[in-house]
Design a protein around this ligand. Sequence first.
Ligand SMILES: Cc1cc2nc3c(=O)[nH]c(=O)nc-3n(C[C@H](O)[C@H](O)[C@H](O)COP(=O)(O)O)c2cc1C
Length: 423
Amino acid sequence: MSDVTTAGAAEQAPLLFSGCQIRSVRSKNRIVVSPMCQYMSVDGGPVDWHLVHLGRFAIGGAGIIFCEETAIEPDGRKSHHCAGIYTDEHVAAYRRITDFLHSLGAVPAIQLGHAGRKGSVGGAMAGWPPLTAADATHGEPPWQTISSSPVAAGPNFPPPIALDETGIRSTLEAWSQAARRSLEAGFDICEIHAAHGYLIHQFLSPLANRRTDAYGGSREGRMRYAFEVVEAVRKEWPADKPLFFRCASVDGRGGAWGIEDTVILAKGLAERGVDVLDCTSGGMGGTSDMAPSPRVPGHQVAYADIVRREAGIHTMAVGLITTPSQAEDILRSGAADLVAMARELMYNADWPAHAARELGVPDYLSVFPPAYSFRLRRRNEYNDLYPPGSETVVPLSATQSVPYEWPAEFLQPLGNGKRPLGR
Ligand SMILES: Cc1cc2nc3c(=O)[nH]c(=O)nc-3n(C[C@H](O)[C@H](O)[C@H](O)COP(=O)(O)O)c2cc1C
């Protein structure tokens, strides 16, 4: 297991806000923005939307901020609007974002991916329909997808081409080059996306992988491509920088890849320089008795827990984690080293600052950048100047005033014993 250390954490201080060191990279807390596709890229490159979208998480105080899945080659995107880092021209555009995140004390992270047979589709809001020749008329022609085997992703999907040895080498080179560009673009953490039914998952799961050569058949054969991708990325990704790996801990509805497979995979990944397993699930359908992971709070935490204990690798828990005490309990229980969140942070990008208050961090406003915390601290000083219920008048002129009525809600403590902010 590589080194993840807590720094400056008093025994009772919330673990969520304890610093965390992985290789040479230090995060100020354990709150991670999980990758979120935006379908807003232009020719793969990020635009102002991405700066603002990711920047608001940095202002809100998240420690590690992942960009969305970023394709290693143009055909590795899902749609024409997906992100990529497949030309050197992309580097400067991402650098603008990483510089901004760094300036706010956040750790910028990139998730590299290849959609494989799930590529060549329209956007998420349209339900990812496979592109057809008709889409070419509005500038979005379909493309030939690739996979481990010529097995279509679903009933309406055209079959992909199975990668031969030369094709595999070519994608491995693209993974390497994408890792090199990610470093040049200023990212501190690189994650390999091997989940959600995308290319690496298409090699791992026997539902998609029907190969009879060295990349298929046994679990060892099916894991080979994943291991080669890790080696290709590690070749360019420096030894002092953390490498994460997002795995489908279990395939999902009707799947065939289970947690025992993930534990074996995780051990092999750790030997090859992966630091953290990001434990998600699903994305690969088929026919077996496996049920989908139920969408209940923290439904994937058990996967992170098992992998951490049985494979001896650090893990990141993700999936319907929404409350501060839930996140804190996950860390305290030892199920995971980091907590990743997507939708709750989209709903409330300032969640880390609110969580710090709820978990009793004394100077919780310091989670914000000084431009915010300075003013917010001043606002809190009014609490001392004007205790709730104190007799107060509002001046109208030098000689006139009207009495002030305290709104009832400011006189009642909240459920957590605190009074509402904003006085
Ligand atoms: C808008 C959106 C886009 C997403 N895009 C990605 C992605 O690019 N890569 C990925 O691995 N997961 C992606 N996910 C999944 C999230 O990273 C996360 O695993 C999932 O939403 C569960 O976490 P949550 O319950 O906190 O939202 C996306 C989720 C959302 C809501």
